[in-house]
Design a protein around this ligand. Structure first.
Ligand code: BTN
Length: 334
């Protein structure tokens, strides 16, 4: 009922709608209407109340809301079930627990605040309050473990397309999966897998997108390497159409489902091609940091299973899988 109250308020933002009308339309008591209004206010919606005229929804801050994400969401697997948590240590941790308990393929866990957001290679992920999209998708594809890297490539392609569709901004990808705006990182992806030798039990695809942060929202040590969609656009004086995080999440889930279906059908060429088109890594000199050695070379290609091909200065061409390795451009972050 709370979702329906919200929907009615959204349909009537130009006028008040009385408690009596709402209770009639939704077939609940006026006390119930009042309770739902109170709860929506607690969620952060700004609702004007007048004892004579009723209720009116005012332009509200950007609130993540499952009902709003689901409005117009046409996916059949990804996001069929969406779990919203106000706060959690890490959506990847939570998703791993429910995946092990047998949750459905495509279940999405999303939060406003992570207290211990995790990044790749054991790093922490800054998850500022209510400014980003911190979500994990549980996937249970019937693919061999060595193809899982493709899911990560597909996820970065999906993020690029979704940001383009919602904001019009052109975004780059740093191998394997950092989404880059103006040379700084705006999104990271942490794919974790539970598998046996030959088969994947489940994958947790963790996606973190910096959306509405100002530069001051980032700790000082990150300001040279991190940005958000808003901070980038503001810094460049680019006007982007107003959007809510719910809109970006919805479009992203659709994109993800399209690419996920391609992977399951073995149709991966398009994903790799699209990844290459947005790559800021190919054609650049890179340093590869592996566990105990360091190589320099030219990034020349990405294989169909998502490995970066590097012509190293020692004359050897290496195919690098993401796992334990990080790369840096010779000239700065990308
Ligand atoms: C990276 O190091 O680039 C990966 C960052 C991944 C961050 C996301 S936010 C949602 C999910 N939960 C986590 O703890 N991490 C991922």
């Amino acid at each position: 009922v709370k979702d329906k109250v919200l929907q009615k308020l959204k349909e009537n933002t130009s006028s008040f709608i009385s408690g009596e009308e709402l209770s009639g339309m939704l077939d609940v008591s006026r006390t119930a209407v009042w309770k739902h209004i109170k709860s929506l206010k607690e969620d952060g919606y700004i609702i004007e109340s007048s004892s004579r005229k009723g209720y009116r929804l005012l332009p509200s801050p950007d609130i993540i809301n499952v009902f709003e994400i689901k409005q117009g969401l046409k996916t059949v697997v990804i996001g069929k079930k969406i779990i919203y948590l106000d706060t959690v240590d890490s959506t990847n941790n939570y998703a791993k627990i429910i995946a092990a308990q047998g949750c459905a393929d495509g279940t999405v866990v999303i939060t406003d605040t992570q207290t211990s957001g995790r990044g790749r290679l054991g790093r922490t992920w800054n998850s500022a309050d209510r400014a980003g999209i911190w979500m994990s998708v549980v996937l249970k594809p019937d693919i061999p473990p060595e193809d899982v890297q493709l899911i990560t490539l597909a996820a970065s392609v999906a993020v690029v397309s979704a940001i383009k569709e919602v904001t019009g901004l052109e975004v780059g990808i740093k191998w394997p999966n950092d989404v880059i705006l103006g040379g700084k990182k705006a999104c990271g992806i942490l794919t974790e897998m539970n598998s046996e030798m030959e088969r994947v039990n489940f994958i947790v695809l963790g996606i973190g997108i910096n959306v509405k942060h100002t530069m001051e929202d980032f700790p000082e040590e990150l300001r040279n390497v991190a940005t958000s969609i808003k901070a980038f656009a503001d810094g460049k004086g680019i006007e982007i159409k107003w959007f809510e995080r719910n809109d970006l999440i919805r479009v992203l889930l659709c994109e993800l489902e399209r690419l996920y279906t391609d992977i399951i059908n073995g149709d991966v060429k398009g994903i790799v091609e699209r990844w290459k088109k947005h790559s800021v890594t190919l054609g650049r000199e890179v340093k590869i940091f592996s566990r105990n050695c360091e190589y320099r070379g030219m990034a020349v290609d990405v294989t169909q299973d998502g490995k970066l091909v590097v012509d190293c200065t020692d004359g050897i061409t290496r195919k690098v899988a993401s796992g334990e390795i990080s790369i840096r451009g010779i000239l700065g972050y990308t």
